[in-house]
Design a binder for this molecule. Structure first.
Ligand SMILES: *Cc1c(COP(=O)(O)O)cnc(C)c1O
Length: 399
């Protein structure tokens, strides 16, 4: 294991302080390291592996596409792209898809589509975007510009201009930032990295209403909270609110790097056209075969129904943990996107590290939140095992 770690530290740019574990293979909801030690995985590669490792049928679909063709470029049609796009459009009730290779790229595209929409209306190039404090939208310069985290932004200024920040779940603070130049409001339906904060229904409805009144585009970032994690395929589907543009990634390919921004009819009809946006890899046959299979499996295996069946049990167990341990001060979340606020002398970083010794993979969000984003296929027995392993972990840290 040390050899792999040393090699990585010698040759890979040090932008992550990695946990001292080399993960080698996965099976269901378990991962194994190179020493053969097994871990219960409640992080799923940061909300990516919604179907767990080697879900029946998934690998076969990828292998069969590899045998045909993996990449063709966007200069030609390919078979899986249209299929994947149709499934994404029908599942979201939106209109048109642009496939990307990552979440950040989906955000970049959403920003460009919104700016183009506004530019077509008035020919001006001074439009503003309102983003939320404590949001996270990615690390590329455009996505970073709408990420409400000073620490991530500071060294990279000047960033993209025309971005204003408001407080999530505070409609007055959003209203205070609106001008006649505002072209879009961007937010996560459930803030992930910021510490697992779901949008208040009244807040999201009020934002939608202002957007409708002023023809401002609502961009909902579903990169982390989407793909069934909160109990509906997209979290906004529980709010009675539809975005003009949605971004999705992470679990969209369940392990294959792929993202997308998805436009409603109004935005698709008056924004990006040939020449405005492109990507070499985005929407390639391999990635789209994964997306297509993921949608098929979500439907045939009733993954979202399973989330709704299992999540109340998970919440109940988390509440019990909170009662038992002083260091857990609050619980937030929706479905299988849950956070426990850690305090009273215990650091969340100590929990994520110590948990590995007990065969548990769990991650943090923000500075003090333990984040649980397990594969969506977990069963009660896995939740019980999680509770046991997390309890052992906390016992060690608080003894
Ligand atoms: C992870 C994430 C992103 C960025 O996705 P990448 O694939 O890492 O570029 C954007 N928005 C949200 C809400 C995310 O959780």
């Amino acid at each position: 294991m040390n050899t792999y770690m040393e090699q990585t530290e010698q040759y890979v740019l040090h932008t992550y302080n990695r946990f001292p574990v080399v993960l080698e293979s996965g099976n269901g909801v378990y991962l194994k390291d190179t020493d053969g030690k097994e871990y219960l995985d409640f992080a799923a590669g940061i909300a990516v592996y919604a179907l767990g490792y080697h879900y029946p049928g998934y690998d076969e679909a990828l292998k069969s596409q590899i045998d045909k063709v993996m990449h063709t470029s966007n200069l030609y049609y390919n078979v899986p792209m249209g299929e994947a796009a149709e499934k994404l459009v029908k599942a979201s009730g939106m209109s048109k898809v642009f496939f990307t290779n990552s979440g950040a790229e989906a955000i970049e595209g959403a920003i460009k589509a919104a700016r183009k929409y506004a530019w077509l209306k008035d020919g001006q190039a001074d439009h503003e975007i309102i983003a939320m404090n404590h949001s996270f939208h990615g690390r590329s310069v455009g996505a970073l510009s709408v990420t409400g985290n000073f620490h991530y932004q500071e060294a990279f200024r000047p960033l993209m201009g025309g971005v204003k920040f408001a407080d999530f779940n505070d409609i007055d603070s959003v209203k205070a930032q609106i001008t006649d130049k505002t072209c879009a409001i961007i937010m996560e339906t459930v803030q992930g990295e910021g510490g697992i904060y779901p949008a208040d229904p009244a807040f999201l409805k009020a934002v939608r209403q202002i957007c409708d009144e002023k023809d401002i585009l609502l961009i909902l970032d579903e990169i982390q909270c989407g793909m069934g994690r909160t109990g509906s395929l997209y979290a906004w589907q529980q709010y009675g609110v539809t975005p003009d543009i949605m971004t999705t990634a992470k679990a969209l390919g369940c392990g294959v790097p792929v993202g997308a921004f998805v436009l409603n009819e109004k935005t698709a009809a008056a924004s990006l056209v040939p020449g405005d946006h492109g990507t070499t890899y985005g929407g390639n046959p391999f990635a789209c075969a994964a997306v297509s299979k993921v949608f098929d499996l979500f439907e045939s295996e009733k993954i979202v129904d399973h989330v709704n069946e299992i999540a109340p049990y998970f919440e109940e167990k988390l509440e019990e943990l909170m009662k038992k341990y002083d260091c857990i001060t609050a619980r937030r979340g929706k479905g299988l996107m849950q956070g426990l606020v850690i305090g009273n002398g215990v650091k969340v970083g100590d929990i994520t590290k110590e948990a590995l010794n007990h065969g548990l993979i769990v991650i943090s969000a923000g500075s003090d939140v333990l984040r649980m984003v397990p594969p969506l296929i977990i069963e009660k027995q896995h939740i019980d095992e999680f509770v046991q392993k997390l309890s052992e972990t906390i016992d060690v840290l608080t003894k």
